[in-house]
Design a protein around this ligand. Structure first.
Ligand code: ADP
Ligand code: ZN
Length: 422
């Protein structure tokens, strides 16, 4: 669709969904009334910045279904995001919402080159987490053969992957790395028929892409999404691997300055905000994702006209401030993977001792490089430390731990322990 027609569609949909939210969700009505804003003030997509923001605590405060905009009988699916502290976030979907969700994932898979000829192994967790069922529905929509392994039981995953000749893999990048390590250990790489991977649900880097592509012999593509807005498949990469297309006929993105809350110009890094233009069960108006990235509207070489998002550095709440310096775990990942002797696994521990921040990073060498030769170990450590200092700007306390001793993740990896917050 050319951008002009897209804008027209977005405008029509925005007007409709704002009215729906205002008429059916007391929370939105109150917010808009307080601002003196009426649904009729929203005439086109250009008026979007008049609308109030919605944040995660709004969902928590309206737990479980205070933001639902339809009668409960119209809701055909409920999901809940992990919510490590306190109440989880609950999302409700109408039949139409689930169709749109499937459509988003189907577009991603199609852009990766997948079709009904593929057998897709879905190793995202099935259940309340949107990853498993979301990927499942999208893969079913394109007629692919689905192998719903869910997460866990890695040995069985690898056996089925070989025996059923899976060509696609959907999971978190950290689980893909773990699978790749195990495949290497078992020496079965040549029995793996994978062609592509759809990786998301957590931040990952270009260096991780290279690592996964070479270890698994695949093309590794990004898939992005979040429960509040829908689930996986809010956007995905195309064959160009040059940014994640966001399906903006359904999920309208903006980038704002997280401090001033003002929209930022194209290309500038800021907080991603979504308005769901065609979601009826739980419409979201200007939902602040806390994900930091940038957008480009330049037409992609693939021909798709929809906006592209850059890699997500992390959520603003993933950012560590260590000795006054901002650090994202994804930067650490990227540097570690630059040095071939190191495995991509790491764990950061931050503490404050005698008023000084400590910044410990546990890393693993690949098995063939790990030894009790102190000289060698010191050399590897110095090399990595120098690179980390130049990229991040602070000196880490590096510890080389035994191979396979850092806990592997089956889903979203936990890379940080900030003892200052305990
Ligand atoms: P939870 O909030 O419990 O983690 P979600 O599964 O809804 O539940 O998580 C969505 C979040 O996961 C996004 O807001 C984003 O921070 C992260 N995420 C999802 N996909 C990607 C991706 N492709 N790249 C980077 N981060 C991602
Ligand atoms: Zn493209």
């Amino acid at each position: 669709m050319d951008r002009e027609s897209l804008k027209k569609l977005q405008s029509e949909r925005l007007v409709r969904i704002v009215k729906h939210a205002y008429d059916n969700v007391p929370f939105y009505k109150k917010k808009m009334d307080d601002m003196g804003l009426k649904p009729s003030d929203i005439k086109s997509i250009d008026d979007i910045s008049k609308l109030p923001f919605t944040v995660k605590t709004d969902l928590r405060e309206n737990y479980p279904d205070g933001l639902f905009a339809v009668d409960r009988s119209e809701i055909i699916r409920l999901h809940a995001s992990s919510g490590t502290t306190g109440k989880p976030i609950v999302a409700g979907y109408t039949a139409h919402d689930v169709e749109n969700w499937k459509e988003g994932v189907a577009r991603c898979l199609t852009a990766y080159g997948a079709s009904k000829e593929d057998t897709i192994q879905i190793s995202y967790g099935y259940g309340l987490f949107t990853g498993g069922l979301g990927a499942h529905d999208g893969a079913t929509k394109i007629g692919a053969t689905v192998l719903p392994t869910s997460s866990g039981n890695t040995a069985k995953q690898i056996m089925l992957m070989q025996d059923l000749e899976c060509t696609g893999l959907c999971c978190t990048p950290s689980y893909a790395l773990f699978l790749a390590e195990e495949i290497e250990k078992e020496g079965v790489k040549d029995k793996i028929k994978l062609k592509f991977g759809a990786f998301g649900a957590e931040p990952w880097t270009e260096n991780m892409r290279k690592e996964l592509e070479s270890k698994l012999g695949i093309k590794a593509y990004d898939i992005y999404g979040l429960t509040e807005v829908s689930g996986p498949g809010v956007g995905g990469e195309c064959e160009c691997q040059d940014g994640t297309h966001l399906w903006e006929d359904m999920f309208f993105p903006e980038i704002i300055d997280p401090v001033t809350l003002k929209p930022l110009p194209e290309g500038q890094e800021g907080e991603l905000v979504f308005t769901t233009l065609d979601k009826w069960g739980m419409p979201m108006l200007r939902y602040r994702t806390r994900d930091l990235t940038h957008l480009t509207y330049e037409k992609c070489k693939c021909g798709r006209t929809m906006v592209r998002m850059g890699r997500i550095l992390g959520r603003s709440d993933d950012m560590l401030i260590v000795r006054g310096v901002n650090v994202f775990p994804s930067q650490v990942e990227s540097v570690i993977l630059e040095i071939p002797e190191f495995q991509g696994q790491y764990f950061i521990t931050v503490d404050r001792i005698n008023n000084v921040d400590t910044f410990q990073i546990d890393v693993e060498l690949r098995e063939e490089f790990y030894s009790d030769n102190i000289e060698d170990m010191t050399r590897y450590k110095a090399q990595l430390a120098a690179r980390l200092i130049s990229v991040i700007g602070i000196k880490p306390d590096l510890r080389i731990v035994a191979p396979n001793s850092i806990e592997r993740s089956m889903g979203k990896a936990k890379h940080v322990l900030d003892k200052r917050k305990l």
